[in-house]
Each structure stands twice: as C-alpha cells, then as structure tokens.
Design a protein around this ligand. Structure first.
Ligand code: BTN
Length: 403
C-alpha cells in the first residue's frame, strides 16, 4: 500500500488562546524545541518550528522507508496569515476560525460564565500520523500545551482506535483531538470517565444543531461512546422497536487518553467522524443526500470547518458545566440519544442471561442490565458492566467480556 507523505502542520491562535509568541516561548523554554527560521508560504510568511512533532518523526520511521520523503515541520501562522486553499485544499483554516468565533458569540450569550477556549490554539495537518499521538507521545509537550489545544487532520496514517484497534482515516473522516485539563479533585463531583460520554453527546449535538432541519438526522449513541447513523435504505420507514439496532451503522468514535501531571488530569480527547466518505458503511453527508431524495428535505451537506467549530464550542460549554455540576444534568440527553432504551441483551459471560438495559450508573457510567423473563418482568439479578471491560455486539444483542 502506498502511504501518503506527511505534510506540514499549521498552527494558529485566536482570541481566547495563549498568544502565538507565548506559545513559542513555552515550547522553547519548557519543552526544549528549537524554533527556526521563517518560511515563505504563498504570499505569506510563517515561522517553522522544526522538529516540534516528535511523534510525527518517530512514527514516520516505522511507516516510511525514505525519511526524506516526509515533511516534519510545524508552521506557525498568525491570524491574518492563514494558509490558502491551495496549500490546504481539504480544509480552510480561515473558514474554521470564522465559524469558531461565530459559535463563541452564540454560546457566550447563552452562558456568560463560560470560558471558551477549545480550538483557540489550533493545529491542522493535511496528512499526519495521529492527532492524539502528536499530542500525547511527548509528556513534556503535553504538560506545556494550553488547555483546549486542538489538532485536526484530514488523513491520519496511524490513527488509533479504542482497545488498541487501528482507526483507518482517509479523507472524508474528520479527526480531531483536544487537550482538556481537569483538577484531580474534580473527581469528587464526577469521575473523569464521563468525559467520553460528554464528547459523544457533543459530537452528535454538533450535527443536530448544524442548522434548521438537521435535528432530524438519525444519528445516535451506541454505548459507551460510538456514533451511529441510520442506514439510508431505512430512512422514512417505520422500524419495529426490536430491530432498531440492525438499521444503524457506526460512523464515529471517541478515544480518551488520560495523563496526570501537577495534580491535574491531562485528557487527550480524540474524536473521529465519517462526514463524507462512502466507505465502509455510510456517512453523515450520504444520509443527508438520501434524506433529501427520500424525505424531500433540502439540507446542504455539512462542511468540516463548520461542523468542527460547532463541535468544539458545544463540547467546551458542556465541559465547563460538567466541571461545575458533574454528568447528571446530561443524563436525560444521553438517554434520548442512545439506542438502548429497554433493549433486551444476553450477557455471555454470565451464562447468556437474558436482561433488559435500564440505563447507566450515576457514579461510574457502567451499563445497568437487569435479568428479565420473556414477559419483560424483572426476575433477579442486576448487572453493572464497565465500558472498557465489555464489548457490546448490538446486532446480536450480546454483551461479552473483552479478551
Ligand atoms: O471507535 C473508536 O475506536 C475510537 C476512534 C477514535 C478515532 C479518533 S480520530 C482522532 C483521534 N486520533 C486518533 O488517532 N484517534 C482518535
């Protein structure tokens, strides 16, 4: 397989972020990076930070036989000097920042107490290794990055999924990782494990609130944090409640990596969403196209810049509330969006016992399943299943212990 060459990473900061010059100082003084010369890029001038992406360099050795075939620079752009569409044809940084600032204005009106900074320090790369690895492969870098630091990319050549899986990420799949800091003592309000649930809700809300009419896009949560969408052939059909699951396919997922420095969690929250790639199942834009054909809606396809800005603003505002109030205020929305209300499942490692899903626990977010008979009456045991210890085959209604 021919792997695409890594491209430069473009870094820029806006309003609420740490200023670019402060960031450079931190990277030089605290992380030990050497900031080099100024490069011409189109008509504009950018600073290049050579070797910032330690992970970028490290991983390329595994994947590229010719190390010179790859570019490993981080290009620092001031706000007025963002790369043009020729430089980054798959993503407009200008479009992204315009959308982000618009979203912030909307959000600030609704809750003025919030600090909104997710995406204020932002890196974009056309082809990169993994948005999450770039951030968390180097602890010294991670410690020094500002809260809300975000990396997005169009192609990830070594994307990571949950449980050590590979995340295949060609163009059309929007990849983003955001650094979130949380004091250790915040665990008193809510365990950090709920952040994965918040991220999933935020991504789905970003789609549903994209504009008028988008609230009808059938996008849902599969426990704990997978994003599913109804397959186009089922749109507009009445689906019997016992077959809901087979009519949906996975289009996105969340990966949270946790590090602790200086009494603070440093969570790298990575989200991947298939926005417009027809493979392997379907995508948000394919479903929109089919909704227009089959249901007569007139929805525009979503664009990555707008969707990403929407997601970051919603996620940021939800995260601020989560820090104050924990996960409980989000529970009704989580249940409204998930696919499992009253679902009948069989728990394989408990002797295939037949259970009904009744919710998640408020303390840790474990899945609660209660033993039922064929009339649906509760008959005995209650099981609480951990997100990372169990795999949930929704199509078979089967929960098994992960090997
Ligand atoms: O469903 C899963 O297994 C989780 C997939 C998470 C993929 C995202 S894409 C952005 C970030 N970078 C990665 O390498 N992985 C996450």
């Amino acid at each position: 397989m021919v792997r695409p060459s890594l491209t430069p990473l473009y870094l820029s900061s806006v309003d609420n972020g740490v200023s670019a010059s402060q960031l450079i100082k931190r990277l030089e003084d605290d992380v030990g990076y050497h900031i080099q010369n100024v490069m011409d890029c189109g008509n504009d001038r950018f600073k290049i930070i050579k070797g910032l992406s330690a992970a970028h360099e490290m991983e390329q050795k595994d994947f590229y036989e010719d190390p010179d075939a790859t570019i490993k620079d981080l290009v620092l752009c001031s706000q007025g000097e963002l790369p043009d569409r020729q430089t980054t044809p798959y993503f407009s940084m200008k479009g992204f920042f315009n959308n982000l600032q618009e979203q912030w204005q909307n959000q600030v009106h609704s809750s003025s107490r919030d600090t909104l900074q997710f995406g204020a320090n932002f890196v974009y790369g056309e082809v990169l290794t993994s948005t999450s690895t770039l951030m968390d492969a180097n602890p010294r870098l991670l410690k020094n990055l500002p809260d809300g630091f975000t990396i997005s990319g169009t192609t990830q050549v070594s994307g990571r999924g949950r449980s050590g899986n590979v995340w295949v990420n060609p163009p059309g799949v929007l990849a983003v990782s955001t650094l979130m800091k949380l004091p250790l003592k915040s665990q008193d309000i809510s365990p950090v494990s709920f952040v994965q649930y918040i991220a999933t809700i935020a991504y789905i809300q970003a789609i549903l609130t994209y504009g008028p009419g988008y609230e009808n896009i059938p996008v849902r949560i599969k426990w704990p944090n997978d994003i599913y969408i109804m397959l186009p052939q089922y749109l507009g059909q009445v689906i019997p409640s016992n077959s809901t699951e087979t009519t949906y396919a996975k289009i996105g997922g969340i990966l949270v990596n946790t590090n602790i420095f200086n009494e603070e969690f440093h969570l790298v929250v990575g989200c991947g969403l298939n926005v417009s790639n027809a493979a392997p199942t379907t995508s948000v834009n394919l479903v929109i196209e089919e909704m227009n054909k089959r249901l007569g809606t007139k929805l525009q396809k979503v664009n990555n810049e707008h969707l990403l800005a929407n997601f970051l603003a919603i996620f940021n505002s939800m995260f601020n509330r989560f820090k104050r109030e924990g996960f409980e205020p989000f529970l009704p929305l989580y249940y409204k969006l998930w696919l499992h209300s009253d679902q009948i499942v069989h728990i394989h490692h408990k002797g295939n016992v037949r259970c009904k899903v009744t919710g998640i626990t408020k303390d840790w977010g474990f899945l609660v399943a209660k033993e039922v008979d064929f009339q649906g009456r509760f008959t005995g045991q209650t099981f609480e299943l951990q997100p990372d210890g169990n795999s949930f085959d929704m199509f078979k209604g089967l929960i098994s212990k992960k090997q």
